[in-house]
Design a protein around this ligand. Structure first.
Ligand code: HEM
Length: 365
């Protein structure tokens, strides 16, 4: 797996615009906005359209490995160096539910000191770069047509929080019959997310593809240090509403977590498509190759100031990136407008500035 010739080279025409794409994207984004406004009205505080509940906001370092082979030395991983990072752990729903309700989990990474122009309008000169990962390798609603159906079901039941919760937990548990009952066609056996286990033991994935310099990749972050590896699959005893935050705070009160960042390069566009994020890229066709280590030292992971900074001031989006890691596929294209709208509404309603930090000194303790 080291010869560069077997990896598919990135070309602009690898992406295929879907029929009626602009209209479908508008429908998804407008529907998300309507649901988000209802959630705002309930809380009188604006929260993220997705991944609203945070469980820890931590700082640390991303260390790009020395001696990477040429095919892995791409984009922000081109040279061995350290980047300061901010990491936000979350669960997927766009509302604040008890942690005992199963839901996919997120790890958002913001790298600092990243040189070069960024893609998002208005943020070209920011020195940050985001990676958004979830604890599942694929997105079952992997293109905009299927995502619109999910979003329509969520909106239809937006005033009926029990059904919304049922949809969220059915997705997490792969309960395809329950999903069929609300009109969603869901692949049998697909489990999007974890049981009630420790969040720091999860492996997190980009689910969809990105440009990886000369190539195309999916990214993932897997537990590396023995202490977080020991948490993989570890059942949670607590029935507290914010059990995950409590576990994250307890862990970082004395321990360092290490994760390995890995890339899976596309070797075959038929078996490893970019336009359908529901297809798992087979590991036998291309393994996950380590590129960097994420080191998160002991700290107060959820002080009041941290929570406001992470939830109300910061924004993460896959489109906040250098061109070398441009997001790919229709599910990525809809995310451009969706994250922008969510963040704009949240920052406007909470009267908070949207800031791209220039230094970790800006992150409150
Ligand atoms: C490819 C699969 C996806 C992954 C891995 C992913 C991951 C994430 C993560 C980790 C966050 C939390 C970021 C944070 O901590 O601020 C997030 C937030 C969000 N996601 Fe996704 N997501 C995916 C697909 C989508 C899709 C298809 C949409 C919409 C069409 C979407 C809409 C959003 C929105 C609106 C937010 C909140 C943005 C904000 O207010 O700042 N995501 N996502």
């Amino acid at each position: 797996m080291s010869a560069t010739t077997q990896y598919v080279r990135y070309r602009d025409d690898i992406e295929v615009i879907q029929p009626d794409e602009e209209h479908i994207i508008r429908q998804i984004v407008e529907s998300m906005g309507r649901v988000n406004r209802k959630v705002y009205d309930r809380h009188r505080h604006a929260i993220r359209d997705a991944h609203a509940k945070s469980h820890g906001i931590v700082t640390g370092t991303l260390e790009v490995y020395d001696g990477l082979p040429a095919h892995l030395r791409q984009g922000v991983f081109a040279v061995p160096r350290r980047y300061p990072v901010i990491v936000r752990f979350s669960t997927a729903p766009g509302d604040i539910h008890s942690d005992s309700i199963p839901a996919p989990r997120g790890m958002a990474i913001k790298m600092l000191d990243v040189p070069g122009p960024k893609l998002l309008e208005g943020q070209e000169t920011a020195s940050t770069q985001d990676w958004l990962l979830v604890n599942h390798p694929t997105l079952p609603f992997g293109d905009i047509q299927r995502y619109l159906k999910l979003q329509a079901a969520l909106e239809k039941h937006a005033d009926d929080s029990e059904t919304v919760l049922k949809i969220a937990s059915s997705l997490a548990q792969g309960a395809h019959k329950a999903l069929q009952a609300v009109g969603l066609d869901y692949p049998k056996g697909e489990i999007l997310g974890a049981g009630f286990t420790h969040i720091l033991g999860e492996t997190f994935h980009s689910m969809a593809a990105v440009r990886y310099g000369e190539y195309i990749a999916k990214l993932s972050a897997a537990p590396l240090s023995a202490n977080v590896r020991a948490l993989t699959g570890q059942a949670i005893e607590s029935d507290q509403h914010s059990a995950l935050r409590d576990l994250v705070v307890a862990f970082f009160s004395g321990e360092t977590a290490e994760y390995e960042l890995r890339v899976q390069l596309c070797t075959d566009l038929e078996r490893m498509p970019v336009e359908d994020a529901s297809v798992k890229w087979p590991e036998e066709a291309s393994p996950h190759q380590p590129v960097a280590r994420l080191v998160l030292p002991p700290q107060d992971a959820y002080s009041a100031a941290r929570q406001v900074y992470g939830d109300d001031i910061l924004s993460f989006t896959p489109w906040h990136t250098v061109a070398a890691h441009r997001p790919l596929g229709s599910i990525m294209r809809v995310r451009k407008a969706a994250y922008e709208r969510s963040s704009l509404y949240r920052h406007t309603m909470n009267q908070q500035p949207r800031i791209e930090p220039a230094s970790l000194d800006e992150v409150p303790q």
